[in-house]
Design a protein around this ligand. Structure first.
Ligand code: ATP
Length: 258
């Protein structure tokens, strides 16, 4: 075999190995997780998988355990994860602390958005870029979020709810992100702003970022999502495609009251 042919073989093997590793690295698996607030047993054996670049709607009635699941996935101190495994590609997220999970690419946008008072839009974004694992640069953020570009010098907390939600998502993208966890992103927002945020989330999917969305507005979340998991008192009641939920009136009525 000539050296060139050998080199080509080696190159294609290397490319296959790199491609395999890349897809493994973004694949997210949740295996039988159990999470507690003190003695309160909330997440009771939840499992699901997400492929790279998919959007998954995590749904269920009030108190079903959706926020608690997101917090457990982001490895926040509360709740305590007492059992189960969380894998982001080959990385054992269940063994990580919150800052390690963030560094591995898991970014939680909580319901209250946590925009920092006293800082402009731009300063909020810059602060996110200080930590290791830098993501999108300001130019790229502003090209995807023109409203934020217009308001870059405005104090973040003085913006409308929709704009603050955009800032919270943009701030997650300012970190090196592989998995975006969104808790009630549409809460309190007008339908026209919901549509604007939907467009951004579709663009984020196109860029290969995986998203889990928890949302009371289940129809809006399902419209956007590839797959759905429905929780009922801390357990998985349904896993399937978003279309299956939208088409199944009984399921929607029983678990989502829609
Ligand atoms: P919602 O849309 O109402 O927030 P959810 O599905 O997100 O619903 P969780 O917020 O995960 O539900 O709450 C699940 C259960 O955990 C509820 O019974 C709630 O009262 C309880 N819970 C939530 N936070 C805490 C906490 N910090 N300490 C103790 N119990 C909590």
């Amino acid at each position: 075999m000539s050296a060139i042919v050998m080199d080509q073989n080696l190159m294609s093997q290397t490319q296959t190995a790199v491609a395999t590793r890349a897809s493994e690295a973004t694949h997210f698996q949740v295996r039988d997780i159990h999470a507690y607030y003190g003695e309160s047993y909330i997440v009771q054996g939840v499992s699901f998988d997400i492929r790279e670049g998919e959007i998954l709607a995590l749904l269920g009635r009030n108190g079903a355990g959706k926020t608690t699941t997101l917090r457990a996935l982001a490895r926040l101190d509360n709740p305590t994860l007492k059992q189960g495994e969380i894998w982001l590609g080959g990385q054992a997220v269940h063994k990580m602390k919150a800052h390690e999970a963030a560094r591995a690419g898991i970014q939680l946008v909580p319901e209250d958005r946590r925009i920092i008072p006293g800082l402009t839009v731009e300063e909020n974004l810059q602060l996110a870029q200080v930590a290791p694992g830098r993501g999108w640069e300001l130019d790229k953020i502003y090209s995807h979020f023109p409203r934020l570009a217009e308001r870059r010098r405005q104090e973040g907390v003085t913006m409308s709810g929709g704009e603050q939600q955009m800032l919270a998502i943009a701030r997650a993208l300012a970190r090196d992100i592989k998995l975006l966890l969104l808790d009630e992103p549409y809460e309190g927002l007008a339908p026209v702003i919901v549509q604007e945020i939907e467009k951004i989330l579709i663009e984020i999917r196109r860029l290969g970022i995986t998203t889990i969305i928890v949302e009371q507005n289940a129809v809006a979340a399902l419209r956007l999502s590839d797959r759905a998991v429905i929780l009922d008192t801390g357990e998985v009641a349904f896993t399937g495609t978003a279309a299956e939920v939208l088409d199944n009136a009984e399921l929607r009525h029983e678990y989502l009251a829609i």
